[in-house]
Design a protein around this ligand. Structure first.
Ligand code: PLP
Length: 427
């Protein structure tokens, strides 16, 4: 274990966005980051899952260097380029048949979800969208307008947006109760204020990550899929944070046994480079391409990074690794629950894990301050984690997909120490 950080790095004060840690990193290898004071940090966040292959993966570096050297144009806007065509073909081969029409590339999860919102309304002529309270689909005006996360501030929601509750099995007492209450809400919405025939799309997160790493109850999304099919509503699956191997399946929606009409990828697709992708039926995607263009769409460097990530996921069996190491982490975290009463609930699939901290297990009172202190103490002890959730009381783990068992257990030992230090008032 590395030692405590004694000082704050000066350089970070120049940045507009300083989240969680007063430090700049100067390098990284695998799941380790090097701080600018020479300390090493074990990275259980991977920049919200974006560094899917960890840091400095040779396959990513080689692909990006080759693309820069042999550059095939600068984007696909005027001439298509080979890397983006190959990546589009690859993505089409990975999604359910009903979604396998055309691919649109963007730079972030935000622009991708915003593009989908515009395309589904234009393509169907239906003005309304449904998404979840607590959903985070991005930070641009258009993606905020279809999101339900309270941290997004004062941008108006789309006038046709209906937000429905995401089922929370822990808060509701059981998965069955959570599912029943959440479905009843949608039934009531359709019965009282929204005609399903006016709804173009239902945006879902297969695990609601920024909303608290909420894992949907078994069968819940099958019901949503059934409702969507019944009313001709497009089912849009935002896989930006938890897709592409993270949950121990290639797609997180596979855990729910559903087949979305449109799939949105981002973050981990580029392994740290800015690329997102929307894959959906041709009739919808043609609308995406008519109004949503940006100069560097499908640029060959980021597309090559995406190809390298997908190839590496296959070659290094990262779906299986995420499942195996994720199981180890979930078991170790559940064992920690015996020792630390503040751990109310441990949930997740694969390497998408949430640990909800509560000050009273009976009442499930959010332990907001302890969560922030635990994250900071873990950082001091050499572990990078984040927190999420509507009450900011859920520790979030989205480490690199190639995290080893040894690293997983080492990180959880640091977390154990951090929790003990916070309990003992040492922070
Ligand atoms: N969708 C989900 C599920 C996310 O978690 C995020 C970011 O946290 C986004 C979309 C937005 O992606 P980006 O930050 O790349 O714009």
């Amino acid at each position: 274990m590395t030692g405590l950080y004694e000082r704050e790095s000066r350089s970070v004060s120049t940045l507009a966005h300083l989240r969680f840690f007063p430090q700049a990193v100067t390098g990284g290898r695998g799941s380790m980051l090097r701080g600018d004071d020479g300390h090493d940090l074990l990275d259980f966040a991977a920049s919200w899952g974006a560094a899917s292959l960890g840091h400095g993966h040779p396959a990513l570096a080689e692909a990006v260097n080759r693309a820069l050297t042999d550059q095939a144009g600068a984007s696909y806007l005027s001439t298509a380029n080979e890397p983006s065509v190959l990546l589009a073909e690859k993505l089409l081969s990975l999604v359910p048949e009903r979604a396998a029409g055309r691919v649109w590339f963007g730079h972030s999860g935000s622009d991708a979800n915003e593009t989908v919102a515009r395309a589904v309304v234009a393509a169907t002529g239906r003005p309304r969208i449904i998404s979840f309270k607590g959903a985070y689909h991005g930070g641009t005006v258009g993606s905020v307008a279809i999101s339900g996360h309270p941290a997004q501030g004062g941008i108006d929601k789309a006038s046709g947006l209906s937000l429905v509750p995401y089922p929370d099995s822990y808060a509701s007492g059981s998965p069955e109760a959570a599912s029943k209450a959440a479905l009843a809400h949608i039934e009531e919405l359709f019965a009282t204020s929204v005609s399903p025939q006016d709804v173009a799309a239902f945006f879902i997160e297969p695990i609601q990550s920024d909303g608290g790493m909420l894992v949907p109850p078994p069968g819940y999304f099958r019901e949503i899929e059934r409702l969507c099919r019944k009313h001709g509503i497009l089912l849009v699956c935002d896989e930006v944070k938890v897709g592409l191997a993270r949950t121990g399946r290639l797609h997180a929606f596979e855990h729910s046994g559903i087949e979305p009409d449109i799939v949105v990828f981002g973050k981990g697709l580029g392994g740290g480079l800015p690329i997102s992708a929307v894959v959906g039926p041709e009739a919808i995607m043609n609308h995406a391409s008519t109004f949503s263009f940006q100069t560097l769409h499908g640029n060959p460097v980021c597309a090559s990074a995406g190809l390298a990530v997908l190839e590496t996921i296959e070659r290094e069996n990262l779906v299986a690794n995420a499942a195996k190491v994720g199981d180890t982490m979930l078991s170790a975290l559940r064992a920690l629950q015996e020792k630390h009463p503040v751990i109310g609930h441990v949930r997740g699939h694969g390497l998408a894990i949430g640990v909800e901290l509560v000050s009273d297990r009976e009442a499930r009172t959010p332990a907001i301050e302890q969560t922030a202190l635990t994250v900071y103490r873990a950082f001091q002890l050499g572990l990078v984690i984040y927190y999420v959730g509507l009450n900011s009381n859920v520790l979030e783990f989205t480490p690199p997909l190639n995290l080893s068992e040894e690293e997983a257990l080492r990180g959880i030992a640091i977390l154990d120490q951090a929790l003990s230090d916070v309990e003992a008032g040492k922070v």
